[in-house]
Design a protein around this ligand. Structure first.
Ligand SMILES: [Zn+2]
Length: 217
């Protein structure tokens, strides 16, 4: 791993450590099941233990690492194919309806923000590098979360967030799995929500989830 000592401000350092570890976990450059010690990571990244601990706590909340009592952390295993199929059944049940609700209920600023998020995906994810792949997985997750928030249904929002859908999906394949198709599909969803068209939003989301299932399984 490269040294991160050139980054001085603590919040930026924590974010950088987190982004670096996230990328390595999503792309399997650190394999599932690997034990992670705070001390060893601190030495290899050449930073103090505090940003490492903060980054690991965030990764644990996302389901990417598991805390082992008195030992440290272990990289979470990939999910089983059966479970992945069940996640898609759940997504198909919930997400098109969630998009329709978002088209009806999302505030004006949040509708515009969804379009901005789509622009950001287009401008920030232009290559097939692990960095862009990891970045897209985070933007994808944020996009679906924003629609869940816009739906006004906190139960759907909580259920989707507890599944860590995007973390699991992006770990199933290696870059660059049709990121560009997904970006286009996101634009269609965002435009339907921006136009306050529930039927079009549901249809676009359904298409996106089905295509995603084809891409990842
Ligand atoms: Zn998506």
């Amino acid at each position: 791993m490269n040294s991160l000592t050139d980054i001085r401000r603590p919040p930026a350092l924590t974010e950088e450590v987190y982004a670096r570890l996230f990328e390595q976990l999503i792309t399997h450059s650190i394999a599932p099941g690997t034990k992670l010690s705070v001390d060893a990571l601190s030495r290899s990244l050449n930073v103090s233990q505090t940003p490492i601990r903060e980054a690991l706590a965030r990764l644990e909340a996302q389901g990417l690492v598991v805390k082992i009592h008195l030992v440290g952390y272990r990289v979470a295993e990939r999910i089983e194919p059966d479970r992945l199929e069940q996640i898609y059944e759940f997504r198909l049940l919930t997400e098109p309806h969630m998009a329709a609700l978002a088209a009806e209920r999302t505030s004006e600023p949040s509708r515009r923000e969804l379009l901005v998020q789509c622009q950001r995906m287009k401008s920030d994810c232009t290559s097939d590098t692990p960095e862009d792949y990891a970045r897209f997985s985070r933007l994808d997750e944020a996009f679906h979360r924003a629609i869940a928030v816009g739906s006004g249904n906190k139960v759907i929002e909580d259920a989707l967030s507890a599944l860590h859908v995007h973390v699991h999906l992006f770990r199933m394949s290696q870059p660059p799995t049709a990121v560009f198709d997904a970006i286009e599909e996101h634009s269609q969803i965002a435009e339907a929500i921006a136009a306050a068209d529930p039927q079009a939003a549901a249809k676009a989301m359904r298409r996106h989830v089905l295509n995603s299932q084809r891409r990842f399984t």
